[in-house]
Design a binder for this molecule. Structure first.
Ligand SMILES: Cc1cc2nc3c(=O)[nH]c(=O)nc-3n(C[C@H](O)[C@H](O)[C@H](O)COP(=O)(O)O)c2cc1C
Length: 133
């Protein structure tokens, strides 16, 4: 059976978008893949979707403030039983700081929206704030 994937992302400088496109391209071998900016995510966009892959940059060891309203506005159980994977793009920090990236927080949010996590949160590193990835 073909898998229907929706790749959702927020990207300020384009690095998270590049990572989203690479992940999406890889998933095209399993079926149809669509891309969507996070602030355009609606219940209608999730119709028939088997897998949501969502990515954001890490800002101040957290999810970017710019996406908080969009996430907060999503209907409560919008991801009910939809499989998901979360990723971020972040600096390559060493030691305990490396643990404070956006993806685990994003994964928790998506779980609260009813989604079923299928992979651990993933990080793609940028060399500088504006890239390269
Ligand atoms: C305001 C701001 C805060 C940031 N804070 C962090 C941080 O706490 N940890 C980290 O690893 N990277 C941090 N970064 C680096 C971003 O993660 C990096 O710029 C981002 O991955 C680029 O993604 P984008 O090109 O999709 O916007 C910060 C960047 C900005 C602009």
């Amino acid at each position: 059976m073909k898998m229907n994937t929706l790749v959702v992302y927020f990207s300020k400088f384009g690095n998270t978008q590049k990572a989203a496109e690479a992940v999406g391209r890889a998933l095209e071998t399993a079926g149809a893949v669509r891309f969507l900016a996070l602030d355009r995510l609606t219940a209608a966009a999730l119709e028939g979707v088997d897998l949501v892959v969502m990515g954001t940059p890490t800002h101040r060891m957290n999810l970017p403030e710019a996406i908080q309203p969009a996430l907060a506005d999503l209907p409560k159980r919008i991801l009910c039983d939809v499989r998901f994977a979360a990723f971020d793009s972040s600096y390559k920090l060493s030691g305990f700081l490396a643990r404070f990236t956006a993806a685990p927080k994003l994964a928790r949010k998506l779980g609260c929206l009813g989604g079923k996590r299928v992979l651990p949160p993933e990080t793609f590193h940028v060399a500088e704030k504006e890239g390269p990835l």
